[in-house]
Design a protein. Structure first.
Lengths: 132, 132
DNA sequence: ACCGGTGTATTACAACACTAATACAGTGGC
DNA sequence: GCCACTGTATTAGTGTTGTAATACACCGGT
């Protein structure tokens, strides 16, 4: 199973595609907290990009407390994800939904259509961590 | 009533803040289709930025078919918004909700919390265009 | 035709983004 | 201690982004 896959022609920066995929897999449960990520060189080689590009992706993720990098050891999904105060989280959520709704309405989508899309996505992204 | 307000220190480019606000007001009904926008120079002066910055914002919006620019006349909210094919729209919506859910889960938000935030936003942004 | 409003085109430039190359440094099994 | 693996630091080049300055062109009322 190929965890990482990028499109060099998509216009979105490689390092950001990598970041997005790590975050997606974390949200979807494909990558559980504590799990080791591919090494910088290995991932760079398999994606055919310069190692520094992966360094950037990993560094940003580490700065977001999403992964943890240990010198000489490797990079790992952060064991205990950062907790954000409920209020702050609420504010951020509103910001995100606001963006969503503004653009959705621009597309001509009705309320139901928006809700449905959300439901589908919620359904698709396995929310509950698999109880091993 | 001040329609436009920017924060030069927010890190997000001024031209993009302007774009976002136009789109927001359009979605919220504050700016109805056909309505005239402030002229480039006027808005530039009132925001204390270079006119070229507003030019960029307006141009991008025009390119998105959100506004219409008429040489010598001014800029206007596009009278009839572009319609996007339902499938394409659905795909785009899914992309947006995906982003939302991934980040929301990163914040530790549960499904209910996400749904609630969306409901609040839907409620806040007046969805039905005022039937004149 | 004029004039004061409107948008347009060209050019410039500093800052930043993105990727790359290369040499350095920690870690752990042998 | 060595070696093969890990991440780190430094430097740099290329392109794009974001803003600005200036001169040009259209529109409509007079």
């Amino acid at each position: 199973m190929l965890l990482f896959q990028i499109d060099p022609h998509s216009g979105v920066p490689v390092y950001r595609q990598v970041m997005d995929q790590v975050r997606y897999h974390l949200a979807a449960g494909t990558l559980a907290p504590g799990r080791q990520l591919p090494s910088i060189r290995e991932l760079a080689r398999s994606l055919a990009v310069n190692p520094a590009t992966i360094v950037k992706a990993y560094s940003e993720l580490a700065h977001l407390n999403i992964i943890e990098i240990r010198h000489g050891r490797g990079a790992f999904i952060h064991p205990d994800p950062p907790v954000m105060p409920a209020d702050e989280r609420r504010a951020r959520l509103r910001q995100l939904t606001n963006q969503l709704v503004v653009e959705a309405r621009q597309l001509g989508a009705g309320e139901k259509e928006i809700r449905d899309a959300l439901e589908q996505t919620l359904n698709e992204i396995n929310p509950e961590p698999p109880e091993t």
